[in-house]
Design a protein around this ligand. Structure first.
Ligand SMILES: [Ca+2]
Ligand SMILES: [Ca+2]
Length: 204
């Protein structure tokens, strides 16, 4: 396997409506099991190193939810899962460059940095978040001027510091340097979003 990620859809749809397609800024809910691949030069091939599924490697049975396209999870996931449909079950083979070799650590929670990993991933849910959730990219329930600026850049709108900070000051009514879900008056859904898992590392 060359550096990168190989994806094969094992079952489920390969074509779907854009609402059900994983793209930049989708909120994705998955079950996964991670094993060290047979081709791996590091670690013990075939060993399960993480899972959300009940019973496997102490998995809790609770799926993982993450925001796609922001590097909150393994790079190989952001690359490999983009374009998959809700309901698909796929195998992802991820070389170390797009997994833990970039983590600048010899080993992450028992996974050697140079391991090639194989993930069995089921895409349980895909939804396109409200604007507030898209801006709050680190999922702490509020956003700062940097998150607002990054949102505009991500939307391919021109980055211009002055208007972004003007807009921010209008939104930050109590002047605490953050715009909370309550303060925000754009599209934000009926209730404050629940926090998502920030990184796959936390889960593994
Ligand atoms: Ca935030
Ligand atoms: Ca505020």
């Amino acid at each position: 396997v060359r550096a990168g990620v190989e994806v094969s859809v094992e079952s489920g749809p390969t074509l779907c409506h854009s609402d059900e397609l994983i793209s930049y800024n989708s909120i994705v809910t998955v079950h996964y099991t991670a094993v060290i691949d047979e081709s791996s030069e590091a670690g013990e091939p075939g060993k399960i190193v993480g899972s959300t599924r009940a019973g496997a490697y102490g998995g809790r049975g609770k799926p993982l939810s993450y925001l796609s396209g922001h590097g909150h999870i393994l790079k190989g996931w952001d690359v490999g899962l983009t374009g998959l449909c809700q309901g698909a079950r796929a195998t992802l083979l991820i070389t170390p460059e797009l997994a833990y070799a970039a983590a600048d650590q010899a080993q992450v929670d028992g996974v050697p940095a140079q391991a090639t990993l194989k993930f069995d991933v089921e895409v349980l849910g895909v939804r396109q978040p409200e604007m507030f959730e898209q801006i709050d990219s680190n999922r702490d329930g509020r956003f700062d001027p940097d998150e607002l600026r990054a949102y505009f850049i991500g939307q391919n709108l021109h980055d211009n510091n002055a208007p972004v900070s003007d807009m921010f000051h209008l939104l930050d009514k109590d002047r605490d340097g953050f715009v909370s879900w309550k303060e925000f008056d754009g599209p934000k859904g009926k209730e404050a979003p629940k926090p998502l898992s920030t990184t796959l590392k936390d889960e593994l």
